[in-house]
Every structure is written in structure tokens, then in C-alpha cells.
Design a protein around this ligand. Structure first.
Ligand code: FES
Length: 345
């Protein structure tokens, strides 16, 4: 264990912890922007600078490991001034289009600018028209809003193990670019970790502001993994899916289906009533008609060929209870052990 002092408070943490982790364990808040708990420290934004006694220059708390006996200051006048300058420099290149940005109201940059009471950018440069080089039908990249924190690049590599995106270009012209198009799964992990509105989804653009939606936590039904997600509901309709980094086995991650596959619910083409095929064409029927037909056919097959002529295939998209009922139905009602599940296919 390592003992250190942060803002006059004695703190003990395990060896290898960073100053940021030590501070957070003691309830001391250090502002961050590029840091994300699920990612290796990136150290690109410099919002988390702290002073360490005996060192002339501030250090980034998210990348600096603790050492025995150090005395850390997290909130001096000098540090606040430096953090304000950092934010102003980020704003040089960031459009103040918060009213039309999907991330407005849940943007880390917006919150920090507010917390540090920055009321003007301070620095001016000629406006650059960026070409969005990284976008998919589901993901939209806004290069002008990108603060190059590199969370998206790190998440793509470390959480998804894909490495589809990286820095393209250099210096002032550097932006996020696709380096291996075939590897992008449109899973939206990059959107999930983006602290600004630089990555947004194409499906639910401006359908509702974060504070207008009701977020209902539920289990994804696309497979048997049981990922936790929040359905964003506005006026009784699903307008998006979000996740919480500390909830469920998925810890905020989803696949492309879980994050974006919700539009079928309101689709005009969705089947909402049973269809019975007559003379080669489907006709709408009542549930009673449909169930009676299925029951009759099962009875006929069973009477003529035996119960083992029938098999049931259940689905990972069903709940445990539904799957239990399915096997019970096949065994106890139909009378066969021919029951299987799509997860084994
Ligand atoms: Fe530490 Fe960005 S949060 S450098």
C-alpha cells in the first residue's frame, strides 16, 4: 500500500494506482475530460493537472502513479487558471452549437465550461470546414466538434478489440479517421465514450433532448448475453438507446443490434396480427383462429405420425420464463423431447 497526502488529507491506496484514482477514492474531485474508467489513461486533455510538492510543473493526475509520501494539491489558483486555459484552447476549435447538438445537456465539455465559468472563447482562429471522414449509416462524426481526446479510438481498440479508427492527419489538421473500414461493426462504442457531440447516432438525431426522455432500464432481447440498456422514451415512442457504464455485464457496451436495432418497433411493416396462408396468400386472422389452426395441425400430425414428429425451437430473444414454458409445452402437452434453442445452432 502507498500513503500520500492529497489536499491535506491522508490517503492510502494500492501500489500502481494513479493520483486520480487515489483522489477519487478519498472523495476528492479532479475534473477530467479524456479519462474514462474502462480505458487505459490517455492523457490528452490535461484537465486533470495537479501540483506535487517538489515538482516545478503540474502533472496529469490520470497518468501519474502515486508514490510514497507525495503531497498533492488538486485545486490551487494556478491549476484553475490552467484548466480554464485548456478549456479555452479546446473551444477555439469547437463550435458553440449546443442548441442543435444532440449531446446538449449531457456533454462533459459543456458541463466543464459551465463549471469554470467561461463566458467567451478568448481565442479566435479562422474557421475550418472539416470533411467528416468517419461516418457510417448509423454513426455520424462531426469533426468540428471533436476535441481529439481519443476516447473513441482507445475504446474501439481496447473494449471492442477492433482498431477500426485512429488519428488521421497530423498537427492542427488531425482528426479521427477510419483506418480499417472492414473492421467497423457500427457498434456505437465510440459514441458511448465520446464526451462531446462529436459522435452522434444517425437514427435519433434531435428527436428529443436528454431531459425530455424517460429512460427505462431493461435487458436487451437480441441474444442471451443479458446486456443492460436504457430505452429512451418520448411521448410513448422509443427514440434511442443509452447505457450506463457501471450497470450489467456489458458495462455500457452494446453491439450494433442492441444500440441501434429499435426502429422495428414503430415500423409500418411490423406484423401485429396473425396471418394464415390460404390459396398461396396470407390473410389476417384473429388470434383464436390462428391458435385453433395450429392446435388442429399439431393434433393431426401427432395422431398420424406420433409426438416425435413435432419439434420445438426456442429463442435467446425470449425470457427465461418464456423458454421454460416452451420446453414445458413441448414435453408435457405435445409429448416429445424434441426441444432445442437457437443458442446451440
Ligand atoms: Fe487526465 Fe485528460 S483527464 S489528461
Amino acid at each position: 500500500m502507498v500513503d500520500l497526502i492529497i489536499d491535506d488529507k491522508d490517503v492510502t491506496v494500492e501500489e500502481g494506482a494513479t493520483i486520480l484514482e487515489a483522489a477519487r477514492s478519498a472523495g476528492i474531485d479532479i475534473p477530467t475530460l479524456c479519462y474514462h474508467e474502462r480505458l487505459s489513461p490517455i492523457g490528452s486533455c490535461r484537465m486533470c493537472v495537479v501540483e506535487i510538492e517538489g515538482f516545478p510543473h503540474p502533472m496529469t493526475a490520470c497518468t501519474t502513479p502515486v508514490t510514497e509520501g507525495i503531497k498533492v494539491t488538486t485545486n490551487s489558483e494556478r491549476l484553475v487558471r490552467m484548466r480554464k486555459e485548456t478549456l479555452k484552447l479546446i473551444l477555439v476549435n469547437h463550435p458553440l452549437d449546443c442548441p442543435v447538438c444532440d449531446k446538449g445537456g449531457e456533454c462533459t465539455l459543456q458541463d466543464l465550461v459551465h463549471d469554470f465559468e467561461i463566458d467567451s472563447g478568448g481565442y479566435q482562429i479562422e474557421k475550418v470546414d472539416w470533411e467528416p471522414v468517419y461516418s457510417t449509416p448509423l454513426i455520424r462524426y462531426w469533426p468540428d466538434r471533436c476535441i481529439m481526446c481519443l476516447r473513441c479510438v482507445t475504446a474501439c481498440r481496447e473494449i471492442k478489440g477492433l482498431g477500426a479508427i485512429d488519428i488521421g492527419g497530423s498537427g492542427f489538421g488531425a482528426r479521427i479517421a477510419v483506418v480499417d473500414k472492414d473492421k467497423c461493426e457500427s457498434c456505437g462504442e465510440c459514441i458511448n465514450v465520446c464526451p462531446t457531440g462529436a459522435l452522434t447516432e444517425n437514427l435519433s438525431r434531435l428527436k428529443g433532448r436528454p431531459w425530455m426522455v424517460e429512460r427505462v432500464m431493461t435487458t436487451c432481447t437480441y441474444c442471451g448475453c443479458g446486456c443492460q440498456l436504457e430505452i429512451n422514451v418520448l411521448d410513448g415512442k422509443i427514440i434511442g438507446i443509452t447505457t450506463k457504464d457501471d450497470v450489467g455485464i456489458n458495462k455500457g457496451s452494446l453491439c450494433v443490434k442492441g444500440r441501434f436495432g429499435y426502429e422495428f418497433i414503430e415500423s409500418e411493416e411490423r406484423l401485429t396480427r396473425p396471418l394464415i396462408k390460404k390459396d398461396g396468400k396470407f390473410h389476417e386472422a384473429s388470434w383464436n383462429e390462428a391458435l385453433n389452426l395450429v392446435a388442429e395441425n399439431f393434433s393431426t400430425i401427432k395422431a398420424s405420425h406420433g409426438a416425435d414428429a413435432i419439434a420445438g425451437l426456442s429463442s435467446a430473444r425470449c425470457t427465461n420464463e418464456e423458454n421454460y414454458l416452451m420446453q414445458k409445452f413441448m414435453r408435457a402437452v405435445i409429448g416429445t423431447n424434441n426441444i432445442d434453442h437457437c443458442a446451440r445452432l
